[in-house]
Write a protein that binds this ligand. Structure first.
Ligand SMILES: Nc1nc2c(ncn2[C@@H]2O[C@H](COP(=O)(O)OP(=O)(O)O)[C@@H](O)[C@H]2O)c(=O)[nH]1
Ligand SMILES: Nc1ncnc2c1ncn2[C@@H]1O[C@H](COP(=O)(O)OP(=O)(O)O)[C@@H](O)[C@H]1O
Length: 194
């Protein structure tokens, strides 16, 4: 079997994490690619090696120097996130396909790196107002962080056309059904993107 990559990207709050978690519950051939990041672990809700590999900025820089990342970004001021080549290899060696939840620039870099072995899906919020209200309801960010994310979203939405496919996450059940069909169709192909 040739391992594949499925990457979901979206402005923060559009719902990519929700969709990716559900895909992982329902499609056993998928395995989540755990990114490295330098932000603080959130209390007891997150675990090292499960949500992220939480590493110091020095370790992160060391990995950049040793070319260990497929891509990396300073996603929010001072916080670095990156996809490790070793993580994708680990997943493929286990006989699974990798699924990733990364920011918009990261998604495009991964598509460029893996080409037809990757399916890059863009998740759109129905509107910026709804995006903002979802970030508020999620209650994980300060007001300043929410404004920063909405501001960044306006720019990120201009990249939709560079993805293989886009879905609007208005009604979650409908968006999920579309996502599941896209993933199953892509995995059913011998090789190559949709
Ligand atoms: N480029 C890139 N972005 C990533 C990676 N891992 C996570 N991200 C993105 O970084 C952002 C993480 O923001 P954060 O506040 O930590 O949110 P959370 O992890 O979704 O709770 C999200 O937009 C993720 O999609 C990665 O390996 N590379
Ligand atoms: N279709 C939807 N309708 C309403 N709320 C949603 C929908 N999809 C996701 N959410 C909620 O919006 C918030 C942001 O979703 P999340 O998956 O964390 O986004 P992202 O990973 O893109 O930042 C979460 O609280 C989630 O439960």
């Amino acid at each position: 079997m040739q391992g594949k990559i499925i990457v979901f990207s979206a402005p923060s709050g559009a719902g990519k994490t929700t969709i990716v978690h559900r895909l992982l519950d329902r499609i056993p051939e998928l395995s989540f690619s755990i990114s490295a990041c330098t932000r603080d672990k959130r209390g007891r809700t997150e675990a090292n090696g499960k949500d992220y590999y939480f590493i110091s900025i020095e370790e992160f820089q060391e990995k950049i120097r040793h070319d260990e990342f497929v891509e990396w970004e300073e996603v929010y001021a001072g916080n670095f996130y990156g996809t490790l080549k070793s993580e994708i290899e680990r997943i493929w060696a286990s006989g699974k396909h990798a699924i990733l939840d990364v920011d918009v620039k990261g998604g495009l870099s991964i598509k460029e790196f893996y080409q037809d072995r990757a399916l890059a899906v863009f998740v759109k919020p129905p509107s910026l107002e709804i995006l903002e209200s979802r970030l508020r309801t999620r209650a994980t960010d300060s007001e300043a962080s929410i404004s920063g994310r909405v501001y960044k979203a306006k720019f990120e939405l201009t990249f939709e056309d560079r993805f293989d496919v886009a879905i609007v996450n208005d009604n979650l059940e409908e968006a999920y059904a579309q996502a599941e069909k896209l993933v199953r169709d892509f995995l059913a192909q011998a090789s190559g993107a949709l």
